[in-house]
Design a protein around this ligand. Structure first.
Ligand SMILES: O=c1ccn([C@H]2C[C@H](O)[C@@H](CO)O2)c(=O)[nH]1
Ligand SMILES: [Zn+2]
Length: 138
């Protein structure tokens, strides 16, 4: 199970809080920032990006993960998520993250009081569906 040093978690949490400043959430007014720590120490951030066509809204976690992949990263150790209340990632984001790395530390941060909760993605998405469940041919 991945563990991080306290200073690594602090750095990631601060990055997620800063990323939240870019959130585009004119419809829900629920602003979320995410920051992911790659195996090589790089941090990649994301924020939620909403749309007037509500179903097209993108969560901060999936924006961060997609940005990481687009930048050539597929291995990460942790994700910090900053919001009012320190919410957990939605089911779709849990599945999206699990595609690349099920052993991921997930740190949820409440931007009001700074409280942090930590879980592993394995706990948030037990018995994940993955490519091993797909047939190798039709
Ligand atoms: O973990 C979460 C939960 C919600 N949202 C976004 C999606 C939408 O823009 C808004 C309200 O659900 O918050 C995230 O980015 N991450
Ligand atoms: Zn989500």
């Amino acid at each position: 199970m991945t563990e991080l040093k306290p200073h690594e978690i602090d750095r990631l949490v601060h990055s997620a809080i800063s990323a939240r400043d870019q959130a585009y959430a004119p419809h829900s007014h629920f602003y979320v920032g995410a920051a992911m720590l790659m195996d090589d120490g790089t941090i990649v951030c994301g924020c939620n990006v909403e749309n007037a066509s509500y179903s097209m809204c993108l969560c901060a976690e999936r924006v961060a993960a997609s940005s990481a992949v687009a930048a050539g990263h597929r291995r990460w150790k942790a994700i910090a998520i900053a919001s009012v209340g320190g919410v957990t990632p939605c089911g779709a984001c849990r599945q999206f993250l699990a595609e690349f790395c099920t052993d991921t530390l997930v740190v949820m941060v409440d931007v009001i009081d700074g409280a942090r909760r930590t879980r592993n993605l394995n706990q948030l998405l037990p018995d994940a569906f993955d490519s091993s469940h797909l047939p190798s041919h039709r």
